[in-house]
Write a protein that binds this ligand. Sequence first.
Ligand code: F6R
Length: 613
Amino acid sequence: MCGIVAYLGEKEAQPLLLDGLRRLEYRGYDSSGIATLDHGVLKIAKKKGHVQALATHLSSTPIGGKIGISHTRWATHGAASDANAHPHTDQSGRLAIVHNGVVENYLALKHRLTALGHTFKSETDTEILAHLIGHYYDACNEPDRLLKAVRAALREVSGTYGIAVLHQDHPGLLVGARRGSPLLIGIAKDGHFFTSDVMAIGGHAGQVIELKDGDIATITADTHAVTTIDGGDADFIVKQVEASEAISELGSFPHYMLKEVFDQPQALRDAFRGRLDREASTVKLGGLRMTSEELRRIERIVIVGCGTARHSGLVGEYLIETLANLPVEVEYASEFRYRNTPMDPRTLVFAVSQSGETLDTLGALREAQRKGYRALGICNRVGSTMPRESDGGVYMHAGPEIGVAATKSFTSQVMIFTLIALLLGRMRYLSAAQGQELIDGIEALPGLVEKLLAQNDAIKKVAEKYHKVRSMIFLGRLHHVPVAMEGALKMKEITYINAEGYPAAELKHGIIALIDEETPTVLICPKDSVYDKNASTLQEIKARKGPVIAVATEGDTQIGTLADDVLYIPDAPEILQPILASIPLQLFAYHCAVLLGRDVDKPRNLAKSVTVE
Ligand code: F6R
């Protein structure tokens, strides 16, 4: 959510910053801006809208300088406008700041600064922070006064931040700090960067330092230093930038979402690669950092996550309960962190997050740890905050996901839960033969997904028929209830069509009132243990003239005669079907969105990684 890139070195800053902003745009795209020191003078350009609006403006009015900060915004305080775009300046107009996060006590700070004579140009909390730093800067005469001023201001801030600060009187220095919002130092041959996401500097910087919460850092063209906001020493590790962290290429695909849907066979292979143990018919997950004895002692599992990640947890609940006979609760991370959920010492917590940065999920993970529970992460972004703070976990290895709508991260998360369920199951009830059968099924899945993706054009035709409707219903039973919910989430977030997912049997308890000729129902009804029940649901909808789009198993001719349209998935063991059933729904939503002319990769009001509460 929001993105920061800052540079100081031998090269011109503007092109590097713009390039970084373009790569970070998926994190927020309400407005963007940059500030540089052009011949020693602070110059700022900012524009409402996508980074392209800023780039167009800068192509006619470039700003020079070899030092600069930049930002792409997802609005929290104040509407998306030129005035509210970052960077913001202090009262003197000589200090500029970019900020990710939320200053929660901004109103109290604003009143205090207003009483001191400060005036503000925007509605943002960030501008207050700029003024607060400026206030301390003016009160200090020491040579490291910029660092001292940032420290003093941040000690008064409650809330979250990742910031980069530039001052006209310090042309060879940038200051950055973080609490609750990621910030990294990038080390390049020709200079240094600050960024909220390594993807912004891939190809430019070969090494990074991931700052920790409470760290403050200074960079010059050829040095970097990290201390704590409290004034203490800070440890840091310099890491090589992995190839997988570099920019993801779109290739011949028109949108990242479509590319990422088609990445799924490989993402699934990468999720289980090296983790299947055929000899013992089980799974090896060293990252859990738990002995077999510790895993065997677990009596209950709590899964926390948001949005799509939570939906994967709901599939995980079904998988773990079925294969390992362990009770599982799935909680909204945002609720868990404030609720007093009863837990017992033999509870294991999983925090699921593609980005590893979602603040609600991070808060839930920290809350679980505060209460003394072992909390593990299931994350995609290597080196993000959750894997660093959790007691262990499993990386998804899905590769960068740029499209705001999560696709391959969902199926990868479900794959990881399948592995965890198999591991826990083999320690409890599953026989070796059942384990082998599952391993065979897991290894066959990527091939089945490839087969399924070949139906892209057929799915597009179905989208052509339905994309103009005002609302849709998604239904499934058992492990396909979360798939229905996820299908509905995909549909609403990228098409803005009203869509909700429910357990199919709930239809009779109220939802059926919505059924009419204009409201299609997507019914997930492959050949499984509840096939006949789903066939009855289909009849009930047809009896009320509701159009039905069925997700059915290839070769199922019966469903073809009852439903209006069918999206076919290959046959697979029941326990592995959710991965297959979710993919036609991703493509269905994608094609509806394209046909409606939506901005598929950057739907309105959303951002990829939500680092505010
Ligand atoms: C939906 C979507 C969101 C995310 C949610 C959690 O397509 O992308 O619902 O799943 O914001 O994000 P992560 O997984 O990064 O914690």
